[in-house]
Design a protein around this ligand. Structure first.
Ligand code: ADP
Ligand code: MG
Length: 629
C-alpha cells in the first residue's frame, strides 16, 4: 500500500470548491457519469481498432444507492486505469484542473450560475462525499486492479485490490449534509435532467415488465411479469441521427420525449447539422404559441456530446428564437465563461447566425412547398417571425420571402404582393403608399367597413409588438406609411387631391366649434371639422396614429421611449359638416336642446368605439329612452 501527497499548492482545496459550487452540488453525478461514458466510448473505439482481445459485449453504466451505508456507486465497464494512470489522471491532472478553477474563479462567486458548467470533473464528487474510493482495472492485458482512497485532504492511498472485471467503480461516502442524494427520487430526477440522452445505457435499479399474453390465451389468464434492468436514458436520440432516417412522426415522438408534460404538438421542426467551421447538431421546434405559454418552461436544451448542460441558451441563440423548443448539441460552445464573454466569442456568434439562417431557410422552403399550409400556421408563428424581423437584420433581409401580411378577410399577401395589389388605390397625393391596418376586427368594424367601401384593403395586424414592427417596416421600406383604420376619417387617411365642398360656411363653422367644445371634455378630445360625404356619420372618434403608436411602443418596452413621460390618452372628435344632423345642431335655438343633441351624438360616437362606460353610459341610456318616448 502506498500513500502520497496530492500535488497541490492550495493547502485545502475542498472547502473552497464546496463554497463555489454551493448551488450546484448536484452536478457531481453528471460529471462522474460523463467520465464513465468517456471511458466506455474509449473502450468501444479501441475495440473497433482491434486493440482489444475478445468481445466487449454491451457495456453499460450502473448507478447504485445504498441508503443505510450512505453510499453511491457509479460503475462502468470502460477502459479502467492502471495504478500509473490513477497517479497521473486523478492525482495530477484532475487536481490541477480543480486548482486552476479555484485560481480563476475565486473572485467571481456571483457568477455561480456558470461555475456549475465548469468541467470540474472527478473532484466535484467531494462536494457531496466525505470520502471517495476508486476501484479500477485497466483493459490492458495483465494489469492489476487498484484501489484509491481520499478523504478530501491532499493525502491519498493507493493499493492493489482484487477487482476482477475491467472498468471503474467509484464509491462515494456521502457527507452528512448531502444525504438528500441518497434518495432514489433525487437520483432519478438528476438522471432525467442530465443524462437522459447520454450515449451509453445507464442502469438504475430494475423494474417489472408485463409480458403480452400469448395468442389464444384464456380470458382470465394472468400476464407474466419479468424483472428487467431499468435503463434511464435513450442512447440514440433523434438529433444524433441522419435527417434522412427520420420521419415526421419520429420528430414528433422525440418532442414528447423531450417535454413529457407538453401535450400540444409542435408546428414543424428544423434539423440542424454542421461540422464546419464548428460542430453542432440539434433539432428545433416551432411550438404552438398560446397566451398562457410559460417561457420559463420547456425551453431549448443545450447539450455537449449528449450531456445536458443548461436550458438557458441566452447568448447562443438569438433572442427571438429562444421562444422555440428543442435541442442544440455542440462541443464547441465554451461553457466555462461568463455570458457577456459568450456573446463576444467568435464561434458563438457564428453559431447564432447559423441557426438564424437555418430557421429563415426552413421558413422559405415551408412557404414555397405548401403555401396554404404555411398560411394556416401563420397565426401561431407570426410573433416569433415579427420579433425576428425586428431584432435581427439578417433575418429581416430574408423575411420578404416568407413574411405574410394577412387582410381582415384572411387573404395572405407577401410584402411585394401587397404593394402590387394596393398601389393603384392607396397611393396618396404625395405619392406615398398608405397601408391601412386594423388590430381588432370587431372593435374597429365601422372603420374597416368605411375603408372597404372605398375599395381599400385592410390588414389585420394584431400581435402585441405590432407598433414596433410597423415602425421598423416604415424605416426600412421606401415611401410607405402604416395607419390604423380608426386613426382618422377615411378620407384623411389616404388624402387624395380632391377637396370636398363644405355645406357650412366658414362663419358657420366658427360658430359650431365652441358649441361642441362646451359639451365634450376638451382635455381628451380635439374637435376637428371636416367636409365629408353627407352619408358618413356626423360624429366620429379617431385616435391619431402617432400618439397611439408611441403609447403602445412605450407599453411594450420600446428602447428609446424611456424618459419621454407617459403619453396621455388623446382622441380626435371628427365632425362631418356635411351631415344634416350637424346643420340641425347649429340651427337649434334652445341652448338646452342643442347641448342634448351634441351630447347624444358624442355618446353615440363613443359607443361605436367602445368608449362609453360607467355613469356616462347610464345617462346615455336614460336620455335615449326619454327621446324615444
Ligand atoms: P476530464 O474528464 O475533463 O478529463 P476529470 O476530472 O473528470 O476530467 O477526470 C480526469 C481523468 O481521470 C479523465 O480524463 C480520465 O483519464 C480519468 N478518469 C476519470 N474517471 C474515469 C473512469 N471512470 N474510467 C477511466 N478513467 C477515468
Ligand atoms: Mg470528466
Amino acid at each position: 500500500m502506498a500513500t502520497g501527497n496530492i500535488n497541490v499548492t492550495a493547502e485545502n482545496i475542498f472547502p473552497i470548491i464546496k463554497k463555489f459550487l454551493y448551488s450546484d452540488h448536484e452536478i457531481f453525478l453528471r460529471e462522474l457519469i460523463s467520465n464513465a461514458t468517456d471511458a466506455t466510448l474509449k473502450l468501444k473505439h479501441l475495440s473497433t481498432l482491434g486493440e482489444i482481445k475478445g468481445g466487449i459485449g454491451n457495456p453499460m453504466i450502473e448507478i447504485k444507492v445504498d441508503k443505510d451505508k450512505k453510499e453511491i456507486r457509479i460503475i462502468d465497464q470502460g477502459v479502467g486505469m492502471t495504478a500509473e494512470e490513477v497517479e497521473k489522471y486523478i492525482n495530477q491532472v484532475a487536481f490541477s484542473g480543480a486548482e486552476e478553477f479555484v485560481e480563476k474563479y475565486k473572485d467571481k462567486v456571483e457568477d455561480s450560475g456558470i461555475i456549475g458548467h465548469f468541467g470540474l470533473g472527478f473532484y466535484s464528487s467531494f462536494m457531496v462525499a466525505s470520502k471517495v474510493e476508486i476501484f479500477t482495472k485497466s483493459f490492458a492485458e495483465n494489469s492489476k486492479a487498484v484501489r484509491w482512497e481520499c478523504d478530501g485532504s491532499p493525502e491519498y492511498t493507493l493499493e492493489e485490490t482484487d477487482k476482477t472485471d475491467r472498468g471503474t467503480e467509484i464509491v462515494l461516502h456521502i457527507d452528512d449534509d448531502s444525504t438528500e442524494f441518497l434518495e432514489e427520487n433525487k437520483i432519478t430526477e438528476l438522471l432525467n435532467k442530465y443524462n437522459k440522452f447520454m450515449p451509453i445505457p445507464i442502469k438504475f435499479g430494475t423494474r417489472e415488465e408485463t409480458l403480452p399474453l400469448p395468442e389464444g390465451a384464456a380470458d382470465d389468464a394472468e400476464a407474466e411479469k419479468i424483472t428487467v434492468d431499468n435503463i434511464v436514458n435513450n442512447p440514440n436520440p433523434a438529433w444524433t441521427k441522419n435527417p434522412t432516417e427520420l420521419k415526421d412522426e419520429d420528430y414528433k415522438s422525440f418532442y414528447r420525449e423531450l417535454y413529457p408534460m407538453q401535450f400540444e404538438e409542435p408546428l414543424f421542426n428544423i434539423h440542424l447539422n454542421v461540422d464546419y467551421p464548428f460542430n453542432l447538431t440539434g433539432i428545433l421546434y416551432f411550438p404552438k404559441l398560446s397566451k398562457n405559454l410559460d417561457p420559463s418552461k420547456d425551453r431549448i436544451q443545450l447539450y455537449q456530446n449528449q450531456v445536458f448542460v443548461t436550458d438557458n441558451v441566452e447568448g447562443i441563440v438569438p433572442d427571438f428564437l429562444q421562444m422555440l423548443r428543442g435541442v442544440i448539441d455542440s462541443p464547441d460552445i465554451p461553457l466555462n465563461v461568463s455570458r457577456s464573454y459568450l456573446q463576444a466569442d467568435g464561434a458563438v456568434k457564428k453559431i447564432s447566425s447559423y441557426i438564424t439562417r437555418k430557421v429563415a431557410d426552413k421558413l422559405i422552403s415551408l412557404f414555397k412547398n405548401d403555401r396554404k399550409a404555411f398560411e394556416e400556421k401563420w397565426d401561431d408563428i407570426k410573433i416569433i417571425i415579427e420579433y425576428g424581423m425586428l431584432s435581427e437584420e439578417k433575418f429581416f433581409e430574408k423575411s420578404d420571402k416568407f413574411a405574410l401580411y394577412p387582410t381582415v378577410d384572411k387573404n395572405y399577401f407577401t410584402f411585394s404582393e401587397l404593394e402590387e395589389k394596393i398601389k393603384p388605390a392607396q397611393t396618396d397625393k404625395d405619392d406615398k403608399l398608405i397601408v391601412l391596418y386594423a388590430s381588432d376586427v370587431k372593435a374597429q368594424h365601422s372603420y374597416i367597413d368605411a375603408a372597404k367601401e372605398k375599395g381599400y384593403e385592410v390588414l389585420l395586424l394584431d400581435s402585441p409588438i405590432v407598433s414596433h414592427f410597423i415602425q421598423k417596416l416604415e424605416g426600412s421600406k421606401e415611401n410607405i406609411q402604416f395607419v390604423r383604420v380608426d386613426s382618422d376619417h377615411i378620407d384623411n387617411l389616404i388624402k387624395k387631391d380632391e377637396d370636398k365642398i363644405s355645406k357650412l360656411s366658414d362663419e358657420e363653422k366658427e360658430k359650431l366649434k365652441p358649441i361642441i367644445e362646451e359639451v365634450i371634455p376638451k382635455e381628451t378630445y380635439t374637435v376637428q371639422l371636416e367636409a365629408m360625404d353627407s352619408s358618413a356619420n356626423p360624429f366620429i372618434i379617431t385616435q391619431p396614429e402617432f400618439m397611439r403608436r408611441m403609447k403602445e411602443m412605450q407599453a411594450t418596452g420600446g428602447g428609446g421611449m424611456m424618459g419621454m413621460g407617459n403619453f396621455p390618452e388623446m382622441y380626435n372628435l371628427v365632425i362631418n359638416t356635411n351631415n344634416d344632423l350637424v346643420g340641425e345642431i347649429l340651427n337649434t335655438k334652445t341652448k338646452k336642446k342643442q347641448e342634448r343633441l351634441v351630447q347624444q351624438a358624442f355618446d353615440l360616437a363613443k359607443l361605436s368605439q367602445g368608449l362609453l362606460q360607467g355613469e356616462d353610459l347610464t345617462n346615455f341610456i336614460k336620455r335615449s329612452f326619454q327621446m324615444v318616448k
